[in-house]
Structures are given as structure tokens and as C-alpha cells.
Design a protein around this ligand. Structure first.
Ligand code: A3P
Length: 297
């Protein structure tokens, strides 16, 4: 059946972080004490930074590239979003639902590092973090808000202002969230990857992720995984480009595609020179002393 777009909780704050109604308050509150298993995998990213891409890679790796399941079952079911609720009927928050899920559990989250399950921060399970240059993130974020029929969206300028405002930025300020994860990049249970690197060398990053997850796949299987997580494969796959799937069609406007452009440097088509400079200035200040660099084109 269709995925019901409601009932969404209203926007809310939790521990100083701003959440939009895609997250569920009960779920958000349950994340910290979530009981982690050794074989749990958390795919984490700031919104619009390649979360779905890494979800698909992890999901394909877990089935050793076998597509029969992967292209039928929506990515939100295969790799559920931890701090939301199940909208396909039960209405239960995922941390509760996942208690009884079989291993290995693959999960997605946008929570800042310090709000992850405590046991994951203590080293249990595995975390893959994906970061993307901030300019493409803010544009992709606006395009999604504009495209989702049930989430109120401001104009580009309003969403931009919200994005750079520490009080209003959804899930926290991009610079704070990304640099906090970066500080943990060498933790034993953390792998930090970048969207731009995946664009440049997808296969190499699939291998890196497979090694991190201790998945041993033949070269041919790795080729199959890679072929099924390219931009065009994911755009043409209703299980990843959810806005094309019948069950999700009410969630978005007709024009919006969740797997949209997938480019590095698309910000040039949307950001004004002034907005670009504002981001450059914040970036310089916030990332001073953080040895993390990004490609912007
Ligand atoms: P654009 O809006 O710039 O196209 P998230 O999953 O974190 O919400 O990120 C969504 C962004 O990742 C979208 O960016 C989407 O197109 C892009 N994306 C998803 N899968 C991709 C792939 N296989 N290759 C390149 N970009 C991809």
C-alpha cells in the first residue's frame, strides 16, 4: 500500500538540536539508549550528503551484490532511518521496532555524533560517515524541501538563511556536525568517506567500505555492486529513487526526483555570488584548524 505521509509530528527541538517533522520525537529520544549489536551498521551523513548512496552500497554488499531483493524492497525498508517512525502502518518509532529485527541490522541516521547511540560511541557496531561539500548540500536540501509535498518549504533564500543559522539549522549547523564526526574519523568503528571521492572513484570506495565491513566479495561481485550504485542505476531504480515508486508518489511533487542530479558543483546553478561568499566566510572560520578539505567542483 501507499506510505502515508502523516501523521507527522510538528517540528521540535531536542537537546538544543532542531528537527523537522520527518524525524519522530519518540524515536529521537530513544536513539541514545538504543542497544547496539556488534554487527550493526550505521550509515550516517548530514542530510543531502550521499546518505542514500552509501545505504545502497552497504545494502548491496550485505547481499553480496544480489539484486533480486535489493531492487524490490525500498531503501527505507532495507536500511531504516533510525530517528523516524515506520510509516508503512505500525507507526512505531524505529529504535523500538529494530529491537526485534534480525542481524545484521543496517540503519541510517542524520544524528550529530554526540547524539548517536551511546554504545556506538563506545565502539560497538560500525559507523560509516559520508560528507559532501557544503555548497552542494544546501542546494540539494532546498531542492528536496521544495519537492516534498507535505513538508513546508521556504524560498531558496529563506532555506539558505535557516541553514546558516545555528538556532535553526536542521540537525545542527553543517560545520559543527561534520567537524565533530571528523574528530572521530580514526575511531576503530568509524569510516569517513566523501561524496566527491565516491564520484571520482566509486569502485575504490565500494572496496574500502567492503573492507571496513569485513565483507569478502569476488572482483565480479564488487563490479556488480558498483554497477548497481552508479547515479543512473539508482535513478532508474524505484527502490532507491523513491519518488518514482507508486507507494511514495504522494510524498513529492510530480517534478521532484529524490535521486536528482548527483553532481559535484551543481551549487553554481543556484547560489548567488553573495551566498557563495557567505558560505566561504563561514567555512574559513569554522574549519580553521580542521584538516578536512572538500572539492567544490
Ligand atoms: P542532488 O540533490 O545534488 O542531486 P541524501 O541521500 O543524503 O539525501 O543525498 C541525496 C543527494 O545524493 C542527491 O543530490 C542525490 O542525487 C545524490 N545521490 C544519490 N545517489 C547518488 C549516486 N549514486 N551518485 C551520485 N549522486 C547520488
Amino acid at each position: 500500500g501507499n506510505i502515508s505521509p502523516g501523521p507527522f509530528s510538528p517540528p521540535f527541538h531536542f537537546k538544543g538540536v532542531n528537527f523537522v517533522p520527518l524525524a519522530d520525537r519518540r524515536a529521537v529520544e530513544q536513539v541514545e539508549s538504543f542497544q547496539v549489536r556488534d554487527d550493526d551498521v550505521f550509515v550516517s551523513a548530514y542530510q543531502k550528503s550521499g546518505t542514500t548512496w552509501v545505504q545502497q552500497i552497504v545494502s548491496l554488499l550485505s547481499t553480496e551484490g544480489d539484486l533480486s531483493e535489493v531492487s524490490k524492497i525500498p531503501i527505507v525498508v532495507r536500511v531504516p532511518w533510525l530517528e523516524t517512525m515506520d510509516m508503512s502502518g505500525s507507526g512505531q518509532p524505529y529504535p523500538q521496532l529494530l529491537k526485534d529485527a534480525p542481524s545484521p541490522r543496517l540503519m541510517k541516521t542524520h544524528m550529530p555524533y554526540h547524539m548517536l547511540p551511546q554504545q556506538a560511541r563506545e565502539g560497538k557496531g560500525k559507523i560509516i560517515y559520508c560528507a559532501r561539500n557544503v555548497k552542494d548540500v544546501v542546494v540539494s536540501w532546498h531542492k528536496m524541501r521544495e519537492g516534498l509535498a507535505h513538508i513546508p518549504s521556504g524560498t531558496f533564500d529563506e532555506n539558505f538563511q535557516e541553514f546558516i543559522n545555528p538556532e535553526q539549522a536542521v540537525y545542527g549547523l553543517w560545520w559543527d556536525v561534520v567537524s565533530e564526526y571528523w574528530r572521530h574519523k580514526d575511531d576503530d568503528n568509524m569510516l569517513f568517506v566523501k561524496f566527491e571521492d565516491l564520484k571520482r572513484d566509486l569502485r575504490g570506495n565500494v572496496v574500502k567500505i567492503a573492507n571496513f565491513l569485513s565483507e569478502t566479495l569476488s572482483d565480479q561481485r564488487i563490479d556488480e555492486v558498483t554497477a548497481n550504485c552508479t547515479f543512473s542505476a539508482m535513478k532508474n531504480n524505484e527502490a532507491t529513487n523513491l519518488t518514482r515508486a507508486e507507494a511514495f508518489k504522494d510524498l513529492a511533487t510530480k517534478e521532484f526526483e529524490f535521486i536528482r542530479k548527483g553532481k559535484v558543483g551543481d551549487w553554481k546553478n543556484s547560489l548567488s555570488p553573495e551566498q557563495s561568499k557567505i558560505l566561504d566566510d563561514i567555512h574559513r572560520t569554522k574549519m580553521a584548524g580542521v584538516d578536512l578539505t572538500f572539492e567544490f567542483e
